[in-house]
Design a protein around this ligand. Structure first.
Ligand code: SF4
Length: 309
């Protein structure tokens, strides 16, 4: 058995499973990939978390379980129970949060103390989108409290549109900031603020390892996303081991063309109508996928990822 796991680990580099605990969020950020917001629906049950963790264990290569959203702390009881289960199963545990709950030092301590010693990475979203510039305190309060409790903590920041929206330009950004990618809500609300480039030049996916993913996301409905809104299977219908064993990137109706020639190849392969220019690779990819949802309903899902819920 141990030998089998070692072989799988060699052949399958998948080491991170990110659980979208909920699509709900207290914020409705313009740059959000997953259309998180107060009126979004879809939250993972503890039963589903348990089932997913069992599948992750069976795969034999997963090291990290992340809890994210939406905003995972909105469902605190489920989050804490899920963290405990993941830790008991031997995984390292991470959380991504906007830290809205860290209103005072005492409150932050109240939220974080029960998970101190269980969490190996607390990633805090802190930028002009998350709550705006007017209230920078909660992320700072959360970071300070996490450090006092010995929880490894870091900030995630997304730069303003146009700051660096091409691969290789990340070095122009302040340390710790990443560029806006124009998919999800960002495609609808932010893409029009930057100069476009000819659609034919988007000939690769620069951001995801689509052939041999190192981490994938699973949502409350079981959809396994290789990139947000591109499903490669459903964990509530088939086990993760089978999905990963049978995953053939070149045969996947969306990943195949992406590997062959990027978002531009999706347009060509399916003869899609298109604009002359797009803000970035993800903008063309996302728009093309929106146009193909009726044709590939099980792959380009769920409605939440496309702002249709
Ligand atoms: S190009 Fe498409 S698959 Fe690649 S990161 Fe952007 S949206 Fe995802």
């Amino acid at each position: 058995m141990a030998g089998n796991n070692a072989k799988e680990a060699q052949e399958n580099p998948l080491s991170g499973l990110h659980l979208l605990l909920t699509y709900e969020c207290n914020y409705q950020c313009e740059h959000c990939f997953v259309w998180g917001g107060p009126s979004q629906t879809g939250t993972m049950t503890l039963d589903t978390i348990e089932q997913i963790l069992g599948q992750a264990k069976a795969l034999g290569t997963i090291e990290w379980i992340y809890f994210e959203g939406g905003e995972a702390f909105l469902y605190y009881d489920v989050l804490v129970a899920g963290i405990r289960l993941a830790k008991e199963s031997g995984f390292k545990v991470g959380i991504v949060t906007n830290a809205y709950w860290a209103t005072t030092d005492a409150d932050a301590s109240n939220w974080l103390t029960p998970i101190a010693g269980l969490v190996d990475d607390l990633s805090i979203s802190s930028d002009a989108y998350h709550g705006g510039d007017e209230d920078p305190e909660p992320p700072e309060t959360a970071r300070r409290t996490a450090q006092q409790l010995g929880i490894p903590v870091d900030f995630i920041s997304v730069a303003e549109p146009g700051a660096a929206d091409v691969p290789g330009a990340a070095g122009r950004l302040p340390a710790g900031e990443s560029a806006v990618l124009y998919r999800g809500r960002a495609a609808e609300l932010l893409a029009s603020r930057v100069d476009v480039k000819p659609w034919e030049q988007f000939t690769e996916c620069p951001w995801e390892n689509l052939r041999e993913p190192e981490r994938v996301h699973v949502d409350p409905f079981g959809n396994l996303h290789i990139c947000q809104g591109i499903s490669i299977g459903n964990l509530l219908k088939r086990p993760l081991t089978e999905i990963m064993r049978d995953y053939d990137a070149d045969e996947h109706p969306i990943v195949g063309p992406l590997l062959a020639g990027g978002p531009a190849e999706i347009v060509r392969k399916y003869d899609l109508p298109h604009e002359d220019g797009y803000a970035d690779h993800c903008h063309l990819c996302y728009r093309s996928r929106c146009a193909l949802r009726e044709r590939f309903p099980d792959v380009l899902t769920p409605d939440q990822m496309y702002g249709d819920s």
